[in-house]
Design a protein around this ligand. Structure first.
Ligand code: 5GP
Length: 192
């Protein structure tokens, strides 16, 4: 997606440890016009009319998924929670995730009442690095008996293994921008 790539080149900042900061337009301050274009692109890439729910993970996935949902006929968005709160009651689906940015392990959880065998789910997230977050969400989809329609990622870091592994496993994965290298602070996109 050219508009996104241009924005990453203009406003993205390469940090230590293979981290790309996009907090001025994607995951702290959000550019809603850009998110709308992202939502339209996900709709084009996942035209399946039987998709009836979008699943993401807090916090950065929520804004992206909510705007994307508007291009899927205002589908409900469920976001997996990272902390167990008193508000999260009843039966839960839980999966472990190791955070790439924080280096810690935590459980992601979704209330069972919001996901079940009647659902055909599109999973959305901001970044794909080692694939931990997506694998956790996919485990939750599987446990719930729902069907996975695919995974939509805004920025995939193709120099980390997540995307390769998930595609090899047959996941219907689309990333709007794939970065193959950020060496020396220079961002290089995969040519499609
Ligand atoms: P994974 O689970 O695929 O290893 O990492 C994906 C998760 O880690 C995403 O949900 C995202 O929040 C975070 N993440 C991974 N790499 C980056 C990065 O380079 N920049 C930012 N801002 N977040 C990242």
């Amino acid at each position: 997606m050219e508009l996104l790539k241009e924005r990453i080149l203009r406003d993205g900042k390469v940090k230590e440890g293979g981290i790309l900061k996009v907090d001025s337009f994607l995951n702290h301050q959000m550019d809603i016009g850009l998110l709308q274009e992202i939502g339209k692109e996900f709709r084009r890439l996942f035209p399946d009319e039987s998709i009836n729910k979008i699943l993401t993970i807090e916090a950065s996935g929520i804004g992206i998924a909510a705007i994307t949902a508007q291009y899927f006929g205002n589908l409900p968005v469920v976001f997996a929670k990272k902390t167990k709160s008193k508000n999260l009651d009843g039966e839960l689906y839980t999966a472990p995730v190791v955070s790439f940015t924080r280096g810690t392990q935590f459980d992601v959880q979704v209330a069972a009442k919001f996901l079940g065998p009647e659902d055909h789910v599109l999973v959305i997230d901001d970044f794909l690095a080692r694939g931990q977050a997506l694998k956790g969400l996919m485990q939750i989809v599987e446990r719930s008996g729902a069907k996975l329609a695919g995974c939509g990622i805004v920025i995939e870091k193709g120099f980390q293994e997540g995307g390769r592994e998930l595609r090899a496993a047959g996941v219907n994965l689309h990333s709007l921008a794939i970065i193959d290298s950020i060496e020396g602070g220079k961002i290089q996109f995969r040519q499609e």
